[in-house]
Ligand binder design. Structure first.
Ligand code: CAO
Length: 541
């Protein structure tokens, strides 16, 4: 065995760089490029990858250490170099120093050149315990794949057991000639592996390789495949019966976080193949995307029911917009911790004024509903209490504070719910807003909105006022952080301190994302909003 010491590479001139994470432990088996440590300078953090494959036998550093170029990091026992060295040269240096490559340094794309010696070996079938003409039931690799020592190359099955054929060395497969259904015997050449090692191994590997790179059976077997590993192939009971799965299939399922019991095997005896696992993963992703099931939130999906058992039914195709709305609503509902606060705005004076302007609105060819006033009042409130005019940054570290005020208007259209966006509402007058809303809603209902007219909203207003209802809890239209639900205004007896007087009250519900907004922010925003709606003269202040 050759022990190689891996040292700190060129760190772009940085000195005394702090180790923030040790990524390996003694006994770990490393592949080339596996991270050894993560270090951090004042400008960037970077991984230091291994340039050799092998087993870690010593650590020269620990968390918090300050390291410099050339410092020893770890000692690695390199199997390939050793195998070849022991055959080729007794004079091979026992310890070689290998400098790691700074390949993973963020913002520095250059990789320090590392001399790599390589050796081509045939991959031979090992001793199969006397079994002959053994069936290949699964091929786990393809030409061009890089394999690490221990990776499954094949799964074989006799009438008694199935076994995995693992690679004995890390390297790149130059050839692989086996297909599912083939029959194999001990000594069969099944492929060709390019075994790579670091510069320390260069001399010994080169010396060991014959000019024509075919290696004799006894020499190549240990370098190319390990002894077969019997795998747990006993059928596993599921509610739907029993199934078989090879180790590579199990590994793939594990990597994808899937339970084998959920997957239907398509092979004989319901054997699961990698394709079964992949197809199942694809169907899960497609179900999540279409909103059929929830994403990995741990929420169980609603079971599929055959409604026709209970009576006549008709399957009606959902429009594209309805499907998108369903997916967006689920996403927003699951991602946003909602709070909804309720209040009534006294719009008696607003309504009196609006009605007095109706004739003029008609002359101008527009319609004056409460909506333009609501938009103007919300725009003013967003300026007064900017916590609602923000979004959470995707990095989880920042709030995006907006200096523009664009308002989304939820519109019920024949195709489904659409949200056209009125831009710069804070800079526009009531007439201009009324005309633009009429235009946007008309376009929404005619299916003529452009992408630009549906983007950039800071806050949404959803009005069911014309339809009725005393209140509802609207769902925040993320990444916005607030939405106003408007219900039907009605005349209410309001106590003015000495008597009940009839006032036109507008029920409002303000939902907000509690990650971005606190109750106190909401209280201020809402109080401001209702006071402006109660006295629209405040809008001109
Ligand atoms: N209280 C009482 N009357 C109201 C009212 C309210 N809150 N809001 C509107 N009205 C009245 C209007 O004044 C109008 O009457 P007049 O013609 O006598 O003035 C009538 O109701 C019809 O209004 P409208 O619906 O044509 O216009 P709007 O500006 O109020 O609403 C729009 C436009 C697009 C918001 C609305 O038509 C719509 O599609 N709402 C559905 C929104 C939705 O589906 N949201 C999703 C809910 S879940 O988040």
């Amino acid at each position: 065995m050759t022990i190689q010491t891996i040292t700190v590479p060129d760190l772009g001139g940085a000195a005394d760089v702090e180790v923030i994470e040790v990524s390996v432990a003694i006994g770990d088996v490393l592949a080339i490029e596996d991270a050894i440590a993560t270090v951090e300078t004042d400008k960037a953090s970077m991984d230091i990858p291994s340039v050799v494959a092998g087993k870690v036998v010593k650590l020269h550093f620990t968390d918090g250490d300050k390291i410099n170029e050339g410092d020893a990091l770890i000692d690695v026992e390199v199997a390939v170099a050793d195998d070849v060295a022991s055959e080729a040269s007794a004079e091979a240096e026992p310890v070689t120093e290998v400098e790691t490559s700074p390949a993973k340094i963020e913002a520095v794309a250059e990789v320090a050149p590392v001399a790599v010696a390589s050796l081509e070996v045939d991959v031979l079938m090992p001793d199969l315990g006397g079994a002959e003409n053994v069936d290949v039931i699964e091929v786990c690799v393809a030409v061009g794949d890089s394999v690490a020592e221990g990776d499954s190359l094949l799964v074989l099955e006799t009438d008694k057991a199935s076994m995995e054929i693992p690679a004995a060395s890390s390297g790149k497969l130059l050839a692989f000639t086996v297909n599912e259904g083939d029959k194999l015997n001990q000594g069969d050449v099944i492929g060709r592996l390019l075994v790579e090692s670091g510069p320390g191994a260069e001399a010994v590997i080169t010396a060991a390789v014959a000019p024509e790179p075919t290696v004799s059976k006894s020499a190549s077997t240990p370098a190319a495949v390990k002894a077969p590993v019997a795998s747990a192939q006993s059928p596993v009971e599921t509610s739907g019966g029993s199934f078989y799965a090879g180790p590579a299939v199990r590994q793939l399922a594990r990597q994808l976080g899937l339970e084998l019991k959920d997957i239907k095997g398509s092979g004989p005896k319901s054997r699961l193949s990698k394709d079964d696992v992949r197809n199942y993963a694809k169907s899960v992703i497609s179900d999540v995307k279409s909103g059929k099931v929830s994403s990995g939130s741990g929420i169980p999906a609603i079971p599929e029911i055959d409604f026709s058992k209970f009576g006549e039914i008709e399957l009606v195709k959902m429009s594209k917009i309805k499907k998108l709305t369903a997916a967006n609503m689920s996403r927003n509902w699951l991602n946003v911790p909602h709070v909804t606060q309720f209040d009534d705005a006294d719009i008696t004076d607003l309504e009196a004024f609006r009605k007095s302007m109706k004739a003029e609105a008609e002359r101008r060819g527009t319609k004056l509903t409460p909506m333009p006033f609501l938009i103007k009042a919300v725009a003013s409130a967003l300026r007064a209490e900017p916590s609602f005019n923000a979004s959470l940054h995707a990095d989880g570290e920042h709030i995006v504070q907006k200096d523009y005020v664009h308002i989304g208007i939820a519109a019920d259209t024949p195709a489904g719910l659409l949200v056209p966006v009125l831009k710069d509402a804070d800079k526009k007058g009531i007439w201009e807003i009324a005309e633009e809303v009429t235009l946007l809603i008309g376009k929404a209902r005619d299916g003529k909105l452009t992408m630009n007219e549906m983007q950039g909203s800071c806050f949404t207003i959803s009005s069911l006022g014309a339809m009725g209802g005393k209140g509802f809890t609207p769902i925040v239209n993320a990444p916005e952080v607030g939405i106003l639900g408007v219900s039907k205004a009605s005349m209410q007896p309001i106590w003015n301190g000495s008597e009940f007087i009839p006032r036109q009250m507008l029920p409002l519900a303000l939902s907000y994302d509690h990650r971005a907004i606190n109750g106190a922010d909401c209280g201020r925003f809402f109080t401001y909003l209702t006071s402006v709606l109660s006295d629209i003269r405040r809008l001109v202040l």
